[in-house]
Design a protein around this ligand. Structure first.
Ligand SMILES: *Cc1c(COP(=O)(O)O)cnc(C)c1O
Length: 368
């Protein structure tokens, strides 16, 4: 049984007709930059995120970067984030000239270790970027409380958490601002790159809106050294169509996750992901852990079952960050878990039979 890691052609085909009809209107009107589709999607996405503002930008990385710039964070400032995130989280901090300060993950749930956070805050700390990794919200209440005590900002990296809930509230509405990615494989994915920043702060929203469009509040009047980081209009059309199916897709992902958990319940060599009581997990990724990861991965790949490691090298050990002086042993939990994690196939059109096929292949490997 061939099982892809993610069946992107099938997920795209489901919405293709609706997308093509919107694209036809855009082409007929030559409404290619920002325009109606972008403002409509921004309004819809803000409402979906229970936020007053959403600003469409070119990518998730740019959303993080522009939020940091709009908050006035730059050289001399420190921003704390997770060692086990995708590298974009740290790159955004570096790209505005600030210094990324990493903390280790909580061994239980892959999320930011709030205890470690408290001891890392110092007078240079200007912001924290908690990452809602794999589709589960970080424990935001204690993070917000610490941030408020120290007068620092909180930026959610919600790039894997479209529709995820924390104590019944939407990710993207919990911090001072949040960044989303619409990379094709994300729970809400475009047909190319895209991203958005969300916030309830009108001044911050205005600043991000200006920075993404050449620092220009009015055409050919430039108040800031801005950038070209607009959400592509044809991508906004894709996202408006796909937003209608996001909740349904997340429900299906949760059902698939429950089926994996039931199928692997008695397999003590494999640890399945935990969903915290406060969270409604959206399983962007379904990440198991096992001491026999490399051999299991090879076994699955030989059987045409797609699986990937997210992420094999923690940020502090990436070559790109050699100049930071980080070394092995600095974030021991992230390092140890990087050797055990394996992301199994999960996507809305996956069948329960396919989950059973993956489970059977894992059991065959472990002779269970
Ligand atoms: C995907 C992702 C990003 C970056 O998004 P892009 O759209 O690829 O720039 C940032 N952080 C996390 C956690 C992500 O998963």
């Amino acid at each position: 049984m061939k099982i892809p890691f993610l069946d992107l052609p099938a997920l795209s085909a489901e919405v293709a007709d609706e997308v093509f009809s919107r694209w036809k209107t855009i082409v007929n009107q030559a409404d290619f930059i920002l325009g109606k589709e972008v403002s409509q999607f921004e309004a819809d996405f803000a409402r979906y995120c229970e936020c007053s503002h959403a600003i469409g930008v070119a990518s998730g990385l740019d959303a993080l970067k522009l939020i940091l710039r709009a908050m006035g964070i730059g050289p001399g400032d420190e921003v704390i984030t997770a060692a086990n995130s995708f590298i974009a989280t740290a790159l955004a901090i570096s790209s505005v000239g600030a210094t990324p300060v990493l903390i280790d993950m909580d061994e239980r749930d892959f999320l930011i270790d709030v205890q470690a956070l408290e001891s890392t805050i110092n007078p240079r700390t200007k912001a924290i970027i908690p990452v809602h990794l794999y589709g589960q919200a970080a424990d935001m209440d204690p993070i917000m409380e610490l941030a408020r005590q120290h007068g620092i900002k909180v930026i959610e990296d919600a790039c894997q958490a479209h529709g995820a809930l924390y104590k019944g509230r939407k990710c993207g509405s919990l911090g001072d601002a949040a960044a989303f990615s619409f990379y094709p494989g994300k729970n809400l994915g475009a047909f190319g790159d895209g991203g958005a920043a969300t916030t309830n702060d009108p001044a911050l929203a205005g600043q991000i809106r200006m920075l993404r469009n050449y620092g220009s509040p009015v055409r050919y009047h430039h108040d800031e050294l801005g950038e070209n980081s607009r959400l592509d209009t044809i991508q906004a059309a894709v996202l408006s169509v796909k937003l209608q199916y996001l909740d349904q897709g997340n429900v299906l992902r949760r059902q698939l996750a429950a089926r994996y958990a039931a199928g692997l319940e008695d397999v003590k060599e494999v640890r399945v992901p935990v969903a915290n009581d406060y969270a409604e997990h959206v399983y962007h990724l379904y990440v198991i852990r096992t001491g026999q990861r490399d051999a299991l991965m090879q076994h699955l790949l030989e059987r045409d079952i797609g699986c990937i490691i997210h992420y094999p090298i923690p940020i502090h050990l990436q070559k790109a960050y050699a100049s930071m002086g980080w070394k092995p042993g600095d974030f021991p939990v992230s390092e140890a878990e990087a050797g055990k994690i394996l992301s199994l196939p999960i996507f809305p059109s996956m069948t329960h039979g396919q989950v059973d096929g993956v489970v059977a292949a894992i059991r065959e490997f472990l002779r269970k």
